[in-house]
Design a protein around this ligand. Structure first.
Ligand SMILES: NC(=O)c1ccc[n+]([C@@H]2O[C@H](COP(=O)([O-])OP(=O)(O)OC[C@H]3O[C@@H](n4cnc5c(N)ncnc54)[C@H](O)[C@@H]3O)[C@@H](O)[C@H]2O)c1
Ligand SMILES: O=c1ccn([C@@H]2O[C@H](COP(=O)(O)OP(=O)(O)O[C@H]3O[C@H](CO)[C@@H](O)[C@H](O)[C@H]3O)[C@@H](O)[C@H]2O)c(=O)[nH]1
Length: 324
């Protein structure tokens, strides 16, 4: 059985759906602080918090868990700058507890959600896995710390891992069963769509003076269904090869905030009001992935990650969400 920690959240729920469709036994562990009960609809579900060691041990004692995919974390860059303690207590302490419970119960395979935020301001683009890691926000640090812990546990205790550094997850299940649903929503694409639905007045553009062609930040947007596929391939890779690796997951294409807004306008054909604002603390100017390693070793190729497919699937989901 595969344990999906944080499986009621945005990316986790897409992975759980895919695992379940593949006939895999799966159990979701989530405290539902940022996840949704209605997203935990495939396989089993066990409610609990990573910082509650007693519940964690119960989870492992009462289920035959062979491997773990670990999504549970707080993940707002800006909030982490304002309230780092929240991030270190949940992302670092929670992960340490999970790893301890895994080792205690002899579970030795983990796929870990890391992030391109561990690189900080890149010194070259596209970013490869060996790029120096110098986070510029506590969220990135919290992920980098756990990357190091996992690598140390690999050497000392034989923990096998795939560390997946995603770039910007976006889009939604093309069948519209799950999608991006953060409260509060801070991510660019859903905010644009909320403005199109008149749920918000305008999109703020955080910074127009970056050293990029149009002055706005550039990101590499990767469809959440492509991320789901990568997790399954990464888990199979660990099992098949007994190798532990780090992989970047992105498309290799970057889009500026202005380009994303204009593409959304052309798809939705509704006015999207923008307001130019100050830079947001903790944001690097450009993040673009080199994912050749995942392409080669995992045989992973994004299928849904052109920007129009990303925005169209997100738009379909956002309209479903607005009726909830
Ligand atoms: N969304 C992105 O663009 C992106 C990019 C890079 C990395 N990531 C990473 O991917 C992972 C998933 O991101 P997401 O956007 O799906 O976030 P999310 O908030 O939608 O999902 C996280 C889930 O974990 C649960 N959770 C959090 N802390 C927990 C705890 N202590 N105990 C039990 N459950 C807990 C939440 O309730 C939620 O269901 C995170 O680790 C994030 O850092 C996300
Ligand atoms: O209202 C908004 C929201 C965002 N942005 C900009 O849009 C870009 C994308 O921002 P957002 O969608 O908030 O994603 P990120 O802050 O880049 O963070 C996501 O992507 C990271 C990897 O880049 C992950 O580590 C994080 O978990 C995930 O939340 C950034 O340049 C923001 O400054 C705006 O201009 N206006």
């Amino acid at each position: 059985m595969i344990l999906v920690v944080g499986g009621a959240g945005y990316i986790g729920s897409h992975v759980v759906k895919q695992l379940y469709k593949n006939g895999q036994d799966v159990i979701v562990f989530d405290n539902f602080k940022n996840g949704h009960r209605e997203f935990a609809k495939w396989g089993k579900c066990f409610e609990g918090d990573l910082n509650d060691i007693h519940t964690l041990n119960q989870l492992f004692e009462t289920n035959q868990i062979n491997s773990v995919i670990h999504f549970a974390a707080y993940a707002y860059v800006n909030e982490s700058v304002m309230d780092p303690q929240k991030y270190y207590l949940n992302n670092v302490m929670g992960s340490l507890n999970l790893l301890k419970a895994m080792l205690t119960h002899n579970v030795k395979e983990i796929v870990f959600s890391s992030t391109c935020a561990t690189y900080g301001n890149p010194t070259y683009i596209p970013i490869t896995e060996c790029h120096i890691q110098k986070p510029i926000n506590p969220y990135g640090w919290s992920k980098l710390m756990i990357e190091q812990v996992i690598k140390d546990y690999h050497h000392a205790y034989g923990l096998q891992y795939a560390i997946l550094r995603y770039f910007n997850a976006a889009g939604a299940d093309i069948e519209g069963e799950v999608g991006e649903w953060h409260e509060p929503e801070t991510h660019l694409i859903p905010i644009i769509l909320q403005v199109a639905l008149e749920e918000k007045d305008s999109v703020q553009i955080f910074g127009t003076d970056y050293e990029t062609p149009d002055g706005t930040c550039i990101r590499d947007y990767i469809h959440v269904m492509d991320l789901a596929d990568a997790h399954i391939k990464a888990m199979n890779y660990i099992k098949g090869t007994q190798q532990s690796e780090v992989f970047n997951l992105g498309t290799g294409n970057g889009f500026s905030v202005n380009e994303v807004i204009n593409t959304a306008r052309s798809i939705i054909e509704k006015p999207i009001r923008v307001v130019e604002s100050q830079r947001r603390p903790g944001d690097p100017a450009i993040l673009i992935a080199n994912s050749n390693k995942a392409n080669n070793l995992l045989k992973w190729e994004p299928q849904y990650s052109d920007l129009r497919t990303i925005i169209s699937s997100a738009w379909k989901w956002q309209q479903i969400l607005s009726m909830k």
